[in-house]
Every structure is written in structure tokens, then in C-alpha cells.
Design a protein around this ligand. Structure first.
Ligand code: ATP
Length: 209
């Protein structure tokens, strides 16, 4: 990472659906730690996460993670980011253990010991070898979070991660978010209508158009 590059920056990032500009010339710099993005329904929070994840192609502009450019260096960029959507994860024929094994081969900083800690924290031990499609939505979500928190990407994007968690898992995720708020070289960007229950490093408040 060059000295001057922010951990994450967006430059004129834009996308329209059916000619309505949902994200319009978004330019913002982010430092490390925990960032809470919030705002009314329909202000483009999920769309922003999908753009940053490389899951949606912007119609204009770009994003950079530690200087690595989404448009010019798409493969290098994708190795630096992981996204947990509000919907259950793909690869539903895999078990949580198989899915983590698959992802760990793609992300060079994945850490099996960290994954194991989150497996225990989310109470997933009994579900590790069952296909994701056989698990409840909440359990699938916990498996997705346990994997995401262990991949070691520079940017971690979480869309409504606190929804549908039981009390013990809710508390475990809050502990993980508290750890993220102390990160010095990584950023966890969370979209949530619910207060995170821990002090974020930054808050981004989106306003209704
Ligand atoms: N695939 C799509 N096709 C057309 N319009 C879309 C699509 N995805 C999102 N939109 C529209 O873009 C706008 C922003 O949606 P988005 O889900 O990003 O907002 P949000 O801030 O995350 O909302 P919420 O708080 O309700 O989750 C909404 O008006 C939505 O209807």
C-alpha cells in the first residue's frame, strides 16, 4: 500500500437502475476500523456494498482498496474484498466446512484458527458437515459470517449482519465488530438499520433524495 493511498476510496462511483441514479458520483475516502453506513430505505446502501464488492458493474467511476483499482485491476481488487449479503450465500450444495475450505484457497490471508473461533462463537459445530441448503436461514447466515470474518481481506462488507441472529450469536458478532473497530490495516464496512452496539470508527449517514 502506498503511503498516501487511503484504505478504501471511491471516485465518482455511479449506477442507475432503469435510468434512476441510485448511486450518483459517490466520492469518499475511508480509513481502517469499523464503519457504520446507515440511512433510510432505498438510499442505495446495499447497492453501494455490491459496487464495492465488484458484484455490480458501475456505470461510471471506480473504487480503490489500498490503491488497487476495481476497474483496472479487477482480479487483484477482488482478492482484497469479501461481501456478506443480506441473502444466504451461494454454493448451497457445500457444507460450511467445505465452503470455508473453498474460500480459503482463494484468499491468501484466510486463517483456519480464526474460522474455528467463530464457528464456536456462533455455535456452528453441529452443522459443519451438512449442506448449506439443509440449514435454517439464520444458521446459513452465521456460517457466512464465520467464514467472512476469517478470510483476512483488507475490506469486509456486511449487509444487515445482525438481522436474524439469536442472542448468543448477536453478542458474538458484536464482539467481532468491536475487534474490527481496532483494526489498523483493514476496514469492516457495515450497513445496518440496527445500532451496532459497539462504537464504530466512522459513521456514514445517507439521506433520502
Ligand atoms: N436490481 C434492481 N433493479 C432495479 N432497481 C433496483 C435494483 N436493486 C435496487 N434497486 C433500487 O435501487 C434503490 C436502492 O436500493 P438499495 O437496496 O441499494 O437501497 P438500501 O438503502 O439498501 O435499502 P434498504 O434500507 O431498504 O435495504 C431502490 O429504490 C431499489 O428499488
Amino acid at each position: 500500500m502506498s503511503e498516501a493511498a487511503p484504505l478504501l476510496s471511491t471516485t465518482s462511483l455511479s449506477i442507475a437502475y432503469e435510468r434512476r441514479r441510485v448511486v450518483d458520483l459517490w466520492s469518499q475516502d475511508f480509513g481502517p476500523g469499523l464503519c457504520w453506513m446507515r440511512g433510510p430505505n432505498g438510499t442505495g446502501k446495499s447497492t453501494r456494498l455490491k459496487l464495492l464488492a465488484g458484484a455490480l458493474q458501475p456505470q461510471w467511476g471506480t473504487a480503490r482498496i489500498a490503491g488497487i483499482d476495481l476497474i483496472k485491476q479487477p482480479l487483484d481488487y477482488r482478492r482484497e474484498v469479501f461481501f456478506v449479503a443480506a441473502e444466504p450465500p451461494p454454493f448451497e450444495h457445500l457444507s460450511p466446512a467445505e465452503r470455508f475450505g473453498f474460500l480459503a484457497r482463494l484468499y491468501p490471508h484466510a486463517d483456519a484458527a480464526v474460522w474455528q473461533r467463530h464457528v464456536e462463537g456462533f455455535g456452528l459445530q453441529a452443522f459443519l458437515n451438512q449442506p448449506l441448503r439443509a440449514l435454517s436461514t439464520g444458521t446459513q447466515h452465521k456460517a457466512a459470517l464465520a467464514a467472512a470474518l476469517a478470510l483476512g481481506t483488507r475490506l469486509l462488507l456486511l449487509d444487515e449482519p445482525l438481522i436474524a441472529l439469536d442472542a448468543a450469536s448477536h453478542a458474538h458478532l458484536q464482539e467481532a465488530l468491536a475487534e474490527a473497530s481496532a483494526w489498523r490495516e483493514r476496514l469492516c464496512l457495515v450497513v445496518s438499520h440496527e445500532a451496532l452496539g459497539v462504537e464504530p470508527s466512522t459513521v456514514i449517514e445517507l439521506e433520502a433524495a
